[in-house]
Design a protein around this ligand. Structure first.
Ligand SMILES: Cc1cc2nc3c(=O)[nH]c(=O)nc-3n(C[C@H](O)[C@H](O)[C@H](O)COP(=O)(O)OP(=O)(O)OC[C@H]3O[C@@H](n4cnc5c(N)ncnc54)[C@H](O)[C@@H]3O)c2cc1C
Length: 404
């Protein structure tokens, strides 16, 4: 992939960056502001580089939430397309997919957002979703409906002009792809970055456009821009068209299920990952001792929840459960002390514990990403470090007891 000089293209049918908002019972989620912050940074640079005036457009579906559109403008949106209905109060994937797809293809909305590009507009140029459980599902179904591509779990974005030669995409010829969204995702626990491109197919036998170029973004990765209530923007009300079949699934009652694992009432959380794998049962027993010494709760990394080990002790095997996963696929925690034992520090895990006040990592690999996220890095194998730590804690406790 090579960089090429910027080319001027006048007749573009793809415009703007649309960002899909999420809320829970009418409360906007923090990830919205993170996505808007990154969208603002990208589009400011885009507009100055390409001398254009493309917009950051937030899409919000909800009920009686119109007053919250101003907040989205204060935090980076140039426009908010807002659809209101009692049907949108709670997320239902089928309905949300229908309406968001309608919005993405709607010319009238785009004309209201920008008269300049309204006539030529066919679809958004780029689209962002959150990479939480809701956004991952929604992004896949919306992009299937729009018949374009999607990269999931992204934590770095760049817009650039590239040259590419590909057997299927370009019939082996070098082609220029301007204004391409390069979407980076951490793979293999963050040891490898994959760049994902969603490119139009220029092969003469199989031409096809793939827009919007879309991705879901890991919560907690990007920073919001400071809120500025003097920022100006427009709110476009969208009247969605729903067919009776779209409403087949009804919410008759709703009950929030409380997790059986109470992370919030513990000051410390001890989490373990695949670093236990040399002798899983013995190592979980060590974790259990530390947990009891600290009166901590136990968390795990995602791969552990897939039950890769045979643990005969039922008390210890009870720690291996999806409810204990910390990260984008599990819980977000913010204890006073977070101890990561045998965890490499993949982005998806960090997103779940980065609000912790004090982080200690135990890991023999000084190159592991968790090193950048912790206050104390103990270089060593858990088998050796944990018994020493427990012994120290016992002695400290004894001193405190004697003094009191
Ligand atoms: C869509 C998606 C969503 C995801 N969501 C989540 C999520 O919510 N939460 C999550 O955790 N992951 C999630 N992941 C997985 C994530 O990318 C990583 O693969 C995962 O976090 C790695 O788990 P780990 O740190 O336990 O294992 P590894 O990356 O294998 O790390 C093991 C670590 O243990 C260390 N180690 C080895 N031996 C010892 C020893 N004796 N003592 C101490 N340390 C030792 C190693 O040096 C290494 O750093 C997700 C991935 C995807 C693709």
């Amino acid at each position: 992939m090579a960089r090429s000089p910027t080319l001027g293209i006048s007749d573009e049918k793809y415009r703007h960056l649309y960002v899909v908002m999420e809320h829970e019972e009418g409360h906007l989620l923090q990830v919205n502001f993170e996505m808007l912050g990154e969208a603002r940074r990208l589009m400011d640079e885009f507009n100055s580089r390409y001398s254009s005036e493309e917009k950051v457009v937030a899409i919000l579906l909800g009920h009686e939430m119109r007053t919250q559109c101003d907040k989205l403008i204060s935090c980076g949106a140039d426009a908010v397309i807002y659809a209101d209905s009692p049907e949108f109060k709670y997320h239902r994937n089928l309905i949300y997919t229908r309406v968001i797809s309608q919005i993405a293809l709607n010319k009238d909305c785009s004309k209201k957002i920008s008269a300049q590009y309204g006539d030529e507009f066919q679809r958004p140029r780029f689209m962002f979703f959150s990479a939480d459980d809701t956004g991952r599902h929604l992004s896949a179904t919306v992009l299937a409906e729009l018949d374009s591509g999607l990269a999931s779990d992204i934590n770095k974005l760049v817009i650039d002009d590239i040259e590419l030669k590909h057997e299927h995409k370009t019939k082996g010829q070098v082609e220029k792809y301007n204004k391409t969204l390069e979407m980076y995702r951490p793979d293999f626990s963050g040891f490898l970055w994959t760049t994902i491109l969603c490119l139009d197919n220029r092969h003469p036998d199989n031409r096809k456009d793939y827009h919007p170029q879309s991705c879901s973004i890991i919560p907690g990765v990007f920073s919001p821009i400071p809120s500025d209530s003097s920022r100006k923007g427009i709110i476009v009300d969208f009247a969605a068209i729903l067919k009776p079949a779209d409403l087949n699934v009804k919410i008759l009652s709703r009950k929030a299920v409380k997790s059986p694992i109470d992370f919030d009432s513990h000051k410390a959380i001890v989490s373990f990952g695949r670093g236990i794998n040399e002798s899983p049962e013995e190592n979980i027993a060590l974790i259990d001792i530390l947990k009891r010494e600290l009166d901590a709760e136990v968390g795990i990394s995602l791969p552990i929840s897939k039950k890769p080990y045979n643990i005969s002790n039922s008390k210890l095997s009870a720690y291996i459960t999806p409810e204990r996963v910390i990260g984008t696929s599990g819980r977000k925690v913010a204890p006073s002390v977070y101890i990561a034992v045998g965890i490499s520090g993949a982005m998806q895990h960090i997103a779940g514990m980065k609000e912790s006040e004090f982080v200690i990592a135990i890991n023999p690999d000084t190159d592991s990403a968790i090193r950048d996220e912790c206050d104390i890095f103990i270089k060593g194998r858990m088998e050796e470090v944990l018994p020493i730590l427990v012994e120290e804690l016992k002695q400290l406790k004894a001193i405190v007891e004697v003094r009191s």
